[in-house]
Design a protein around this ligand. Structure first.
Ligand code: PAF
Length: 292
């Protein structure tokens, strides 16, 4: 695996592999089994797999965990080598953002960027879209792979790629979970031993809600309230639980063929997000257009 730090080195490495189909996995490092599943998926789509590790300051809010974000570069490199990645791109902040932050160009995908996680983390998705756009311009991949755990992020990126006519195919990969159902995330390591016992409840509740919604016999708002109560009683501070159309991320409508439930909750120092797709048959019990 070739490790490069600058755009010049990256371009030279890619020029040497001009005939290869390039599949790209952008990450912020601290790699776990979820990231490695993305790398394996990338291998299915490209003969040259490029992974980036860059902890992007633009997507962190002022009071967020940028300074504490776990860095495990040596282990990450070993894991990527073992997974067969071809090029690891490790840019510095200066390489990605050569100008002072206030002069940096920004990419905004309007509306969906300000909902749900975007409402709780203002500016987060502008930071994500901007860095992913820059990384795409640097790597120029044919395919890029993202996890479905960050479902809203995946949609923001899909929208950016479509609206800017970027020549890259976006592939979403199913969430990798611990045996107890907890979605793998670098932020899980902020959980105490006690919180680790509680954390799987988030996905447990999503599964229970999806099952009831799949049968189509319960009002969504009652389910949201009940899930919020269960989580909050267990020690979470629930941010949101939303039942949405998976293509638009708007509240699900009576004639939608599929739904996704997105949820975010704070548990101790960790902000946990997760989601579940609701499988048809859907016969939601509503008399109105919108099921909210
Ligand atoms: O999902 C992540 O790890 C980050 O948001 C991403 C896509 C690498 C952009 O910094």
């Amino acid at each position: 695996m070739l490790v490069v730090q600058t755009l010049v080195e990256l371009r030279a490495a890619l020029a040497a592999r001009r005939k290869d189909k390039v599949a790209f996995v952008p990450t912020m490092g601290n790699l776990h089994a979820g990231h490695l599943a993305l790398v394996r998926e990338a291998r299915q789509h490209g003969s040259c797999v490029v992974v980036s590790i860059f902890v992007n300051p633009m997507q962190f809010g002022a009071n967020e965990d940028l300074e504490q974000y776990p860095a495990t570069l040596e282990q990450d490199q070993q894991a990527l080598q073992a997974e067969g990645a071809d090029i690891l791109f490790l840019p510095s902040v200066k390489e990605i953002y050569p100008r002072p932050m206030q002069q940096q160009i920004r990419i905004e995908v309007p509306e969906i960027s300000s909902l749900y996680c975007g409402a709780s983390r203002p500016g987060h998705f502008v930071g994500v879209a901007t860095v992913v756009c820059k990384l795409f311009n640097m790597v120029q991949p044919d395919v890029a792979v993202f996890g479905k755990k960050d479902f809203q992020q995946l949609l923001v990126i899909r929208r950016m790629v479509a609206d800017l006519a970027m020549p890259v195919e976006i592939v979403g990969v199913a969430t990798v979970r611990e045996n107890n159902g907890l979605a793998m995330s670098s932020r899980n390591q902020y959980l105490s031993a006690e919180e680790r016992q509680i954390a799987p409840l988030l996905y447990g509740q999503l599964q229970a809600m999806a099952q009831v919604l799949g049968r189509g016999d319960i009002a969504i708002s009652a389910l949201q309230k009940s899930m919020r109560n269960t989580l909050d009683e267990a020690g979470f501070i629930t941010d949101y639980i939303e039942v949405l159309n998976p293509q638009t991320l708007l509240p699900v409508a009576a004639d939608d063929q599929s739904m996704i439930i997105l949820a975010a909750a704070q548990l101790g120092r960790a902000r946990l997000i997760d989601n579940i797709e609701v499988t048809p048959p859907l016969q939601p019990d509503v008399g109105s257009e919108r099921l909210v």
